[in-house]
Write a protein that binds this ligand. Structure first.
Ligand code: AMP
Length: 131
């Protein structure tokens, strides 16, 4: 069965997309730790990030770099934190999270809630700032 992220890629379920090319997609995490919390995925469904073959693996991080710059341009923060967990969704993804401190990367914290219009607005703004 396809992963939930493959279903997003195929347009079967909605997502707040911020960037897309032939091989990669970035969209807002639906349970964000911060405004602008974004997931970056390869379109090829691979569970474990270190199983992604080269050069797709390097390409994923290059794509994430562009997206991170777009997030940083829009969301006030000290840096964009980068983490990979992958215990919930078996489709490799990089979390990009605007942070001020180490605590902003604590996944056990309560997640933020945004309305659909707010999510769409954030995604649009980040998207417009990706060069
Ligand atoms: P993990 O696999 O542990 O890195 O966590 C998966 C992440 O994907 C979590 O932060 C979820 O909030 C996020 N997530 C799960 N389903 C969706 C979805 N349909 N759209 C956006 N984010 C999602």
């Amino acid at each position: 069965m396809s992963s939930i992220f493959t279903r997003i890629i195929n347009g079967e379920i909605p997502a707040y997309k911020v960037a897309e090319d032939e091989n990669f997609l970035a969209f807002l995490d639906i349970n964000p730790l911060a405004k602008g919390h974004t997931l970056v995925i390869p379109k090829k469904e691979v569970d474990y990030i270190f199983d992604i073959e080269d050069p797709l693996y390097a390409g994923l991080f290059e794509f994430a770099k562009k997206v991170a710059k777009g997030i940083k341009a829009v969301v006030p923060c000290t840096k964009i934190g980068v983490t990979v967990i992958g215990l919930e969704v078996p489709h490799a993804h990089i979390h990009l999270i605007p942070i001020y401190s180490i605590y902003d990367m604590d996944f056990s914290r309560p997640k933020l809630k945004f309305s659909s219009d707010e999510f769409a607005g954030i995604a649009k703004e980040i998207s417009a700032n990706i060069i």
